[in-house]
Design a binder for this molecule. Structure first.
Ligand SMILES: [Zn+2]
Length: 641
C-alpha cells in the first residue's frame, strides 16, 4: 500500500479467533452481485477447507455485523456445511457455525455462506473494505481490505499465515460494467435482465487482504511485457478511464511497467504470477495504491507521467506497487508486526528501480528524502510492537515502515558490501518463502546464511532499536598521519549505540579518497597513514546511513583550538541560522556555502553569534556550509527543502 489515507473509524478489533486456527483454507469461491453505483453486495462464499487441529466442532469466519448502525453491515442469510443447512450465530464480527458432528484432523469440508449487506461508501474515507467513487462522471466501486477490512465485504479467515491455494470469483453486475480482479478473466456470461457474470480465477496462493475487485463502466487496455530469459510474455491487463486527461499518461506508466517487470524479474527472480497477469485498476481517488495480487488498484494521479516534478513520483508508485508482487504478495509478512517485509522492501525497490532505469542522482535524491523523513522525529522502530500492530493508523507509519524500513535495507546492502550478494539474499529469501509468509527473523536467517555475516547487532539497533546515530567527527592531520575521532551519540535513549561501518570522503590536494571505518564503541580514534594534505572531510558521501553528523577540523599544530558551529533548522527552506561561538567572531571568520560537489556559491561575514543565511534562492538538495578563518576550518551539511 502506498498513499495518504484518512481513517475515521476505529478498527473494530482484530478478531483472530483461536477457533479459526483450527482449519486451513484451501479455496475460496466468491459469487457476488455487485453494483457500480452502490456498495450494496449480496451472494455467497464457499470456503473449502481442511481440519488443522485434532478436532473441529465449530467453524468460525470473520464477517462484520454492524459498524455504526445504518452504515456498514453484513447479514448472514443461511449457512450450509457440506451441502446441509446449518444453524449459526453472528456477533463480534464473527460467524460461529457449530458442526453437527466434530470433524477430525485433515478432514476436508465445505462451508457455504449466503449473505447481503452494505459497505462503507458513506464514510469519507477511501480505504475501508468497499468504496464508491465518481471520476469524470463515471461511478464505480472498488475494494481495499488491508489490513483487516476484508470482513467488511465478504466472509473469510483473516489470518495472514493461511493463504488460500486458489480463488474463483464470480462477479455479477450490470452489463454496462466491466470488472478487474485477481488472476485470469476466464469467462464472461451474459445473463437475462441486462446483467453479466464475470469469472475471475487465480491458481496461485493468495492472502485474504489481497483479494479485490473494481466494477464500473470503465475501459480496458491490454498489452504484454517481455520477461527475461524466456520467450514468454506477461499479460498486462488494465482497466482505466479512456476519457480522462490522464489517459495518455496512464499508457506511458503501463509502458514503464514493462521495463520494471523485466528489471525486477532479473533482480529478484521471475515475476511470481507469470501464468496469470499483472495490471492496474485505476480508480477515481487521486493518490494512493494497493498491491492486490496480479491487479494493483491505483489512483488516477499516481500514474501521472506528465507531472512536472523532476523526480517522477509516478515512477515511485509504479515501482513500489510492482515490487509488492514479490515483497508482500509472493512472500507476505507472517504477522503485521513484520510489515517491514512488505512496505520497507517495496519502498526500497523504488530506489533500486531509479538506480537502474533513471539515474543515480534521482536515486540519491530518493534516499536523502527518506533519511530526512526518518530524522524528523527522534524515535520509533521499524519492528511494530504488539501495542501498535492492532491500530492501523500507527501500523502504516509512513516514516517508520516506508522510509526507515527502506533506509535500513539500504544500510544492510552497505554492510554486505557486495551487490551480487545482496541481491542473492533477496532471491534466497523469496525462494525460501515462495507463495507463503515470513517473519523478520526468517529474513535475518537467510541474510546470515547467504552472506556468512552475523546481523544480530544490525537488527537489534536498526530494526528493533529506535532512532539513528549522531556522529561528531574530529579530524587532525600531522605529518603522514590523519587522526580521526568519531564520537557517536544517538537520537533515542532506547538505542545507545549503532555499531556500524561509515564512510569518510577525504578531499586532499591529490584528490578524493573514500575510507571506510567501523564504529564499535561510542568513541573511537583512528590513525590513518595519509601523506597528502587534507583539505576537507565529508561524512557518508553516498548516503548509506540514516544519521546526523558534524565534522570539525583542527589543522596541525592547532589541535587545542578547533571551533565548532551549528546550523538550524536543518532541513530548512528559506533561512538557515548559523550559530558560532565567540571565538569565531573574534577570529574574523567567514561562512562559505558550497553545493554538494564542492562548487562555491556565496560567502558571508560572521559578525554575531547567530547569522541568518538566505537560502531561498537555492534549489532543493544538499549543501555544505564552511566556517573558516586563517587557522581553522569546519564544514557542516544542510538540506534545502
Ligand atoms: Zn506499499
Amino acid at each position: 500500500m502506498l498513499g495518504i489515507f484518512l481513517i475515521i473509524l476505529n478498527s473494530p478489533g482484530f478478531s483472530q479467533h483461536d477457533l479459526e486456527k483450527k482449519y486451513d483454507v484451501n479455496q475460496y469461491i466468491l459469487d457476488l452481485a455487485v453494483s457500480n453505483s452502490s456498495t450494496a453486495i449480496s451472494g455467497n462464499v464457499i470456503i473449502n477447507a481442511s481440519v488443522a487441529a485434532a478436532t473441529l466442532d465449530t467453524f468460525v469466519v470473520d464477517l462484520i455485523d454492524t459498524l455504526l448502525p445504518g452504515y456498514t453491515y453484513m447479514v448472514v442469510d443461511s449457512v450450509f456445511i457440506d451441502g446441509v443447512l446449518t444453524g449459526f450465530q453472528h456477533h463480534d464480527h464473527l460467524v460461529f457455525i457449530p458442526l453437527a458432528s466434530p470433524l477430525s484432523q485433515d478432514q476436508l469440508f465445505s462451508a457455504q455462506i449466503f449473505y447481503h449487506g452494505k459497505g462503507t461508501a458513506n464514510y469519507s474515507t477511501n480505504y475501508n473494505g468497499i468504496g464508491k467513487k465518481t471520476y469524470m462522471g463515471i461511478i464505480h466501486t472498488y475494494t481495499h481490505s488491508e489490513p483487516d477490512w476484508s470482513k467488511v465485504w465478504w466472509p473469510c479467515k483473516q489470518i495472514l499465515n493461511d493463504k488460500a491455494d486458489s480463488v474463483t470469483f464470480y462477479i455479477t453486475t450490470d452489463s454496462s460494467n466491466i470488472t478487474g480482479s485477481n488472476g485470469i478473466l476466464s469467462s464472461t456470461e451474459i445473463l437475462p435482465g441486462g446483467k453479466v457474470k464475470y469469472k475471475w480465477e487465480t491458481k496461485y496462493p493468495i492472502d485474504f487482504y489481497l483479494i479485490s475487485f473494481v466494477v464500473g463502466p470503465l475501459d480496458k487496455y491490454i498489452t504484454y511485457a517481455q520477461l527475461p530469459n524466456t520467450q514468454d510474455t506477461l499479460l498486462l491487463q488494465n482497466i482505466l478511464f479512456a476519457n480522462s486527461i490522464y489517459y495518455p499518461a496512464h499508457l506511458k506508466a503501463i509502458d514503464k511497467t514493462k521495463q520494471l517487470v523485466y528489471l525486477f524479474s532479473e533482480l529478484f527472480g521471475m515475476y511470481p504470477f507469470k501464468d496469470e497477469k499483472y495490471g492496474y485498476s485505476v480508480i477515481g481517488t487521486p493518490l494512493g495504491a494497493m498491491e492486490h495480487q496480479t491487479m494493483c488498484t491505483i489512483g488516477y494521479q499516481a500514474m501521472d507521467t506528465t507531472s512536472a516534478h523532476y523526480y517522477s513520483y509516478y515512477f515511485w508508485y509504479v515501482a513500489h506497487e510492482l515490487a509488492h508482487q514479490w515483497f508482500g504478495d509472493y512472500v507476505t509478512c507472517s504477522e503485521w508486526n513484520y510489515l517491514w517485509l512488505n512496505e520497507g522492501f517495496a519502498s526500497y525497490m523504488e530506489y533500486v528501480a531509479l538506480q537502474h532505469l533513471e539515474s543515480q542522482a534521482k536515486a540519491d535524491y530518493w534516499i536523502q528524502n527518506a533519511h530526512n523523513k526518518v530524522v524528523s522525529l527522534p524515535g520509533g522502530s521499524v519492528y511494530v510492537p504488539d501495542s501498535l500492530a492492532s491500530d492501523e493508523n500507527k501500523l502504516f507509519d509512513y516514516r517508520l515502515q516506508y522510509k526507515k524500513g527502506a533506509s535500513i535495507l539500504h544500510t544492510l546492502r552497505y554492510e554486505i558490501n557486495n551487490d551480487s550478494l545482496f541481491f542473492a539474499v533477496l532471491r534466497d529469501y523469496l525462494s525460501a518463502y515462495a507463495y507463503s509468509v515470513a517473519s523478520a527473523e526468517d529474513f535475518k536467517q537467510i541474510a546470515e546464511t547467504t552472506t556468512g555475516i552475523d546481523f544480530t547487532d544490525f537488527f537489534d539497533q536498526w530494526y528493533y532499536g529506535q532512532g539513528y546515530p549522531v556522529f561528531h567527527i574530529y579530524w587532525d592531520q600531522g605529518n603522514d598521519t590523519l587522526t580521526i575521532e568519531s564520537e557517536q551519540l544517538t537520537s533515542s535513549q532506547e538505542t545507545t549505540l549503532f555499531k556500524t561501518h561509515f564512510d569518510l570522503k577525504i578531499n586532499s590536494v591529490a584528490g578524493d579518497t573514500v575510507i571506510r571505518l567501523f564504529q564499535e564503541t561510542n568513541i573511537e580514534t583512528y590513525k590513518i597513514f595519509f601523506p597528502e594534505t587534507v583539505i576537507s572531510v565529508e561524512f557518508d558521501p553516498e548516503f548509506w546511513l540514516i544519521q546526523a553528523n558534524e565534522i570539525v577540523v583542527s589543522t596541525a599544530g592547532n589541535a587545542g583550538d578547533p571551533f565548532s558551529f551549528r546550523l538550524m533548522p536543518n532541513p530548512a527552506s528559506d533561512y538557515i541560522i548559523v550559530m558560532v561561538d565567540q571565538k569565531a567572531i573574534l577570529q574574523k571568520s567567514m561562512i562559505s556555502v558550497y553545493d554538494i560537489r564542492g562548487q562555491f556559491l556565496f560567502q558571508q561575514k560572521i559578525l554575531q553569534n547567530k547569522t541568518n543565511l538566505d537560502i531561498s534562492m537555492l534549489d532543493k538538495g544538499v549543501y555544505l556550509v564552511q566556517l573558516q578563518n586563517h587557522k581553522n576550518r569546519a564544514v557542516l551539511k544542510f538540506v534545502k527543502e
